[in-house]
Ligand binder design. Sequence first.
Ligand code: ZDP
Length: 280
Amino acid sequence: MEFEFTKYHGLGNDFILIDNRAAAEPLLTPDQAVQLCDRHFGIGADGVIFALPGQTGTDYTMRIFNSDGSEPEMCGNGIRCLAQFLAELETVSIPHTYRIHTLAGIISPRLEAAGQVKVDMGEPRLLAAEIPTTLGQPDQKVVEQALVVAEQTWSVTCVSMGNPHCITFVEDVAAIALESLGPQFETHAVFPKKINVEFIQVVRPDYLKMRVWERGAGVTLACGTGACAALVAAVLTGQSEPRAIVELPGGALQIEWSPADHHVYMTGPATKVFTGKFEL
Ligand code: ZDP
């Protein structure tokens, strides 16, 4: 069978987008997604995103498979790409807000001028049981808890943006051995659903630098949910203002944890790269 796809990226976090509006289940299996994400034997991407019909009164449903075939609840860079993809399929006028059903609840990306998308990411979830992690008490926040990884004790803060994140503040993100530390955090026994791993350098209270190891995808150039989780962790630990720029290897996102409604808002670009066809 022949499939059409469009390749998008959000700050170098790249995805294969599939028009799945005519069917309620993804047109591809997780194994096929792994094959397509392969950068040597496939198209190459950090994940495959499906634009499915809406559920529970929403405009559309987003499903995503990571490059290892696992299915995360949410994807921040991905939902900006999905919004641009849908806008192109339907030709909408700007600004336009979509309500998208995800495994992390309803998320609303808003298309703005100059290819920017501002996403209402909802409220962060902070209790240990919600992350989930067995660090600390289930009904308490996980803020600056000691965690031993690679024979070193790290002070970690955990935040769920629908998907789980473990944030560690460091002096210099460039000095972190991400390739070796990332998988050891990701698969640590205290994280039953595994974890996305962010190392953050606070440059100023309104400017954070981040490097990320993603659950199911490894080192990526950017992670939208991770940038949101990092800003929340920086506010919880008194290091940042509620609005800051988060600089990732692929570029910068503007993140705000609104004191008014406690939602996190993420603003950044989503860029179309090319369209193509493949056969499976
Ligand atoms: O939670 C996970 O398993 C992540 N790998 C999902 C993807 C997150 C993403 N990078 C983002 O931008 O939020 C797409």
